[in-house]
Write a protein that binds this ligand. Structure first.
Ligand code: HEC
Length: 116
């Protein structure tokens, strides 16, 4: 094996290794078109067009601002869980019966595109 083939091999191993989704969530592999559709259908009324929690429906505790550091400092796996299972004693419902795990990943990927 030449050193050139060897280095190509090393690079491709490295690339595929890095692309292994963390907790099954690789932001850049998600379907953002689908995420947007889901967001507009199910989430926008509370979370607002760009996720700022200004959708017009008011709750106590208030709707989370999805562009805030409070939310974004949580790991993606934690946010997926919040969408999947909902948040106890808040208006944030569980979505697991309406949305597949894949759909939940797509909608979170879309949420993460909002300007911060
Ligand atoms: C009925 C209103 C309502 C709808 C609809 C709604 N949410 Fe929420 N959401 C909330 C509220 C209220 C909170 C704040 C919960 C809290 O205080 O922990 C929240 C919090 C969140 C959080 C932050 C969770 C965390 O761990 O901090 C995410 C992410 C989120 N919502 C995503 C979504 C997505 C995606 C959808 C659509 C599938 C959605 N929400 C639909 C009301 C809503």
């Amino acid at each position: 094996m030449t050193s050139r083939t060897l280095s190509i091999l090393c690079v491709s191993v490295l690339v595929s290794w890095c692309a292994v989704p963390i907790m099954g969530f690789a932001e850049d592999e998600r379907n953002l078109e689908r995420g947007k559709k889901i967001y507009e259908k199910y989430c926008l009324a509370c979370h607002g067009v760009q996720g700022r929690g200004d959708g017009g429906v008011r709750f106590d505790p208030p709707v989370a601002d999805l562009t805030s550091s409070e939310v974004l400092t949580k790991p993606n796996s934690r946010l997926l869980e919040s969408i999947h299972d909902g948040r106890t004693n808040t208006a944030m419902d569980t979505w697991k019966s309406k949305l597949s795990d894949d759909a939940i990943r797509d909608v979170l990927a879309y949420v993460l595109t909002f300007p911060r």
